[in-house]
Design a protein around this ligand. Sequence first.
Ligand code: NAD
Length: 358
Amino acid sequence: MNYKIALIRGDGIGPEVVNEAVKVMERVGEKFGHSFTYTDVLLGGCATDAVGKSYPDGTAQACKACDAVLLGAVGGPKWGADKPAEQRPETALLAIRSDLGLYANLRPAALRPAMADACPLRRETAQAGIDLMMVRELTGGIYFGKRDRYTTEDRGVEATDLMAYSEKEIERIGRRAFELARLRRRKVTSVDKANVLETSRLWRSVMHRLAQEYADVEYEDMLVDNCAMQIVRNPGQFDVLVTENMFGDILSDEASMVTGSIGLLPSASISDGAPGLYEPIHGSAPDIAGQDKANPIATILSVAMMFRYSFQRPEEAAAIETAVDAVLAEGWRTADIAEPGVTPIGTREMGRRICKKI
Ligand code: NAD
């Protein structure tokens, strides 16, 4: 198979981690008989420097012509809040997500076996294993609702943000969650605040209808406040968690923390029809950029997600994940995850070792 990949290398450590991910892709291609055609797409602070805006014309079209998009990271102090919106990297990130219709954000939080000591939870909890998938609705809810600020006669200045969800939006993300659960341990936990919010009551009724359709998948409702507690008390109980945009924003960061390091966590954003976008959850880490210190594993595991979810190639995905686990089990660490007394290896060396294991 030949796959067309759009590469958004971005800023800071983005180009360094994408380089290693590409080497891993090439190695997987060699082993499984695939080839790749890469299109470099300029986006972020580097695009502002090159052409004056962070989201150059034609970016979405270039990505849509590919089968998947791999993004390193964008941003940095050089293109901060004092710059006009069209020059800021964050503007470009929101634009590409919206132009590709990426409504489902998938963030696995899996504790890699060799990294159990990095888990801030109790030893027994870590040893029981953590392997959950957070499915967050990404294009609706309060972040996209009408917002307003006005002055009232009796209460002074007031502000409102509107949270709205349609049945269609809920059903679309719900189906994604159930389909994903079928590829995993067949359990969906739907997170809402149905004891207070009307959007949550609608959310719950749609999820219940879907749960009947996907009768082979175990289903439960959970209130968001309880879920926040359960993620630190007993994360091993979860398989797929599905929730609306703002709850997902908060819970996915919480879930990441229980696995120890942001340098290890991948993500995928998926749409219907357009290519999926795969990226590490970390940012551009300007403090270590260009020093061969960045951990490339989150980006490499993002490539594994690409194989699994965009190309339906679970064997290739598993080959990458197994190689990462093997290198970690041998004790190799980049500086961000090195225990005291362990001499860290660099970005390129980590990439090379993972390739060798595939
Ligand atoms: P960050 O994730 O870039 O860095 C936080 C800390 O973690 C830093 O100390 C950094 O050195 C370290 N770190 C991050 N990734 C690492 C890796 N792979 N290996 C080793 N260490 C790593 O977050 P930040 O400092 O808040 O943001 C820096 C810039 O990144 C900002 O401009 C921000 O807007 C941007 N950002 C971009 C994205 C994205 O592209 N999706 C996401 C988050 C932040």
